[in-house]
Design a protein around this ligand. Structure first.
Ligand code: AMP
Ligand code: GLY
Length: 440
């Protein structure tokens, strides 16, 4: 049974706060490494960095941890699962080789090709010069330039024309932050449509597809401004109805899991598909090898059955034995509150007020994304600072509750998008008016 199980959550963001919160509700005793001020209030924070694999291994051994759950991609790609498994410890997440699905966009394309999974057409280059030559010989059109490796979400450039694409390639060649990631370069066809996130938990054979979400990646309202890690999400998104979700499972998730197994790189953990819903159907923009953030926060507040059971069964490769998860009716909305300057450099250390008043609102959970506890005060400690999340019987209700909570929270320079979930509301309105139009 789940009671008194000791679980280690690795990471320090809103996703890890939400994982810890849910696992505690499922009866686990939770350690978080390194955690934040939010996880400190509900679990035990241990000051070991999320990328210190030997330190995390020692922690898990010293503290008799039953199951380790890895939030971010960096330790996965660096081999935390391989190290724990070799030491006989149970862990939820893909091996380093399987995490290449996120860690190398070229590897990802190879798997998509093997599985015959729809994705954007692309060309791959091993040098900046070769990529430049290709573009110069090509007619002017929008393309997407991507660095092969992990680049903290910054290695993707959606380019309206050739001149902009050439600039992107030049920056991949010259900017030291891309040195490792840009050893391979992809130039991709630009896809048009609505972007959605569909995640599944898989043990490499069985797949549990989770409700679809929509993230908001642009910094400002109306999808304006620079790309970010995600400024808010809601669940479920009406852009993916049950029929389309079944199609995504059958044509994208299942073939990918099978292709990984056939390539002798079985994938265990969260398979996160970033999808573009194009006129030709859903196509893969990217895979991640972990829960999305802020998607995880909006997802877990709707999960009524045990997350611990799902993660345990995945770690033991017996996911087929677990009952399908039960989701709360209605919807959830997560609004990210960010510090002044995000997604650029931010001013840290400002005290945050109003957290208790916000948390007291019905249906609201304030997950901390980058905070620090100093002398009893909660301080802003990074760009995406809080993930204010609410559940409600309907999407408008969840949105109202989330923004009511946001209004309670203040620190100098704090800001958020005001339109999280509005695309869904507009879509539902237009669908309703089309229905009434055809009924006449
Ligand atoms: P990725 O990290 O590959 O998901 O790319 C980051 C963001 O760039 C995605 O969330 C999309 O908004 C955008 N993007 C990536 N690839 C494409 C594409 N082929 N067409 C249009 N937009 C894209
Ligand atoms: N919210 C997008 C991601 O986690 O990659």
């Amino acid at each position: 049974m789940s009671a008194s199980r000791r679980v280690l959550v690795v990471g320090s963001g809103g996703r890890e706060h939400a994982l810890a919160w849910k696992l505690i509700r499922d009866g686990a005793e939770v350690l978080v490494a390194p955690g934040n001020a939010g996880t400190a209030a509900i679990a035990e924070n241990v000051p070991v960095s999320a990328t210190d694999i030997p330190g995390l291994l020692k922690l898990a051994q010293d503290r008799g941890v039953d199951l380790t759950v890895v939030g971010p991609e960096a330790p996965l790609v660096a081999g935390i699962v391989d190290a724990f498994t070799a030491a006989g410890l149970r862990i939820f997440g893909p091996t380093a080789r399987a995490a290449q699905l996120e860690g190398s966009k070229i590897f990802c394309k190879q798997i998509l090709h093997r599985g015959d999974v729809p994705t954007a057409m692309f060309q791959e280059f091993r040098s900046v010069a070769a990529a430049r030559e290709f573009l110069e010989a090509r007619e002017d059109m929008p393309v997407v330039v991507k660095a092969d490796g992990l680049a903290a979400g910054k290695g993707v450039f959606v380019c309206g024309d050739r001149a902009v694409a050439l600039e992107a390639i030049a920056s991949l060649g010259s900017d030291p932050q891309f040195a490792a990631a840009a050893k391979g370069i992809l130039i991709e066809e630009k896809l048009d449509g609505v972007e959605v996130s569909v995640m599944a938990i898989t043990d490499g054979r069985t797949i549990v597809t989770l409700p679809p979400l929509q993230d908001h990646k642009a910094a400002y309202d109306g999808d304006q401004g620079p790309n970010t890690g995600g400024m808010g999400a809601y669940c479920p998104t009406p852009f993916v109805d049950p029929e389309l979700l079944a199609d995504i499972e059958a044509r994208i998730l299942v073939p990918t899991v099978h292709a990984m197994r056939r390539a002798k790189v079985p994938f265990q953990g969260v398979l996160y598909a970033g999808l573009m819903l194009t006129a030709q159907g859903p196509k893969v923009l990217e895979f991640n090898a972990r829960f999305g953030d802020p998607e995880c926060e909006a997802l877990l507040v709707r999960l009524e059955s045990s997350l611990l059971d799902l993660l345990d069964a995945t770690a033991d490769r017996r996911l087929e034995t677990v009952e399908p998860p039960i989701w709360r009716d209605g919807a959830s909305v997560t609004v990210v509150m960010a510090a002044e300057g995000y997604p650029g450099p931010v001013e840290k250390g400002r005290p945050i007020r109003g957290l208790e008043a916000a948390a007291a609102i019905e249906g609201v959970q304030v997950f901390h994304a980058a905070t620090k506890l100093v002398d009893g005060a909660v301080l802003c400690d990074g760009g995406r600072t809080l993930a204010v999340t609410a559940v409600g019987d309907s999407l408008p209700r969840a949105k109202l509750l989330a923004y009511t909570a946001v209004k309670e929270i203040r620190w100098p320079g704090a800001w958020c998008r005001k339109d999280i979930s509005d695309k869904a509301l507009a879509f539902e309105l237009s669908a309703a008016s089309m229905d009434s139009g055809t009924a006449e």
